[in-house]
Design a protein around this ligand. Sequence first.
Ligand SMILES: O=C(CO)[C@@H](O)[C@H](O)COP(=O)(O)O
Length: 220
Amino acid sequence: MKIKIGPSILAADFANLAQEARRAKEAGADFLHVDVMDGHFVPNITIGPAVVAALRKTTDLPIHSHLMIEAPEDYIAPFARSGSDIISFHIEALGKTRHARLKKAHLIIQELKKINVRPAVALNPSTPLADIKGLLEKVDWVLVMSVNPGFGGQEFITAVLPKISDLRRMFAGDIEVDGGINDKTARQAVRSGANLLAAGTYLFKAHNMEDAIRRLKNDE
Ligand SMILES: O=C(CO)[C@@H](O)[C@H](O)COP(=O)(O)O
């Protein structure tokens, strides 16, 4: 599968987002990964739909809004209106029982498809695949977190690699891995079956983003 790279704008210069989006595009990015955090689901607050809408005006790259928020079902419409092409929501944010989570996930997926936004389901490092198995026929993008969500610049959790391989055995769609991606962990993730890589620190702090993207794609 072709490897695609989504620079995570959490590590970008927030005072110059238009320029950062342009820099990512020129460096060969395939999509922009936008981390939305609410201070409840994760212990950090980042950006809302207004910033995604502003970013939308500056780039034609697909925008993936990764909702790390409680009650994501309440925010689907504003993030869709802001111009997100892909919206991911966390399975852990949808309730206490597996049944309740799946029920809510199905409704969110239906709503997203109806408005032509690509749905993706995200799961934390400690969340088992069993929790999303019932959704794999409904989505074609799964986001596997390789750090505990909340902050950029953390170390890749190698314990998620078997989960990526297991997922690849049962799922032919896109598998995005996010958190602690660098040239070494990118290779581990791809070897395990990932084809989409979100990377913040490694790309935005690189001396040359184009070279860094090439290294992640392993086509130097
Ligand atoms: O969602 C998250 C963190 O919660 C990620 O998207 C990070 O923003 C990735 O940053 P790096 O680990 O690549 O610096």
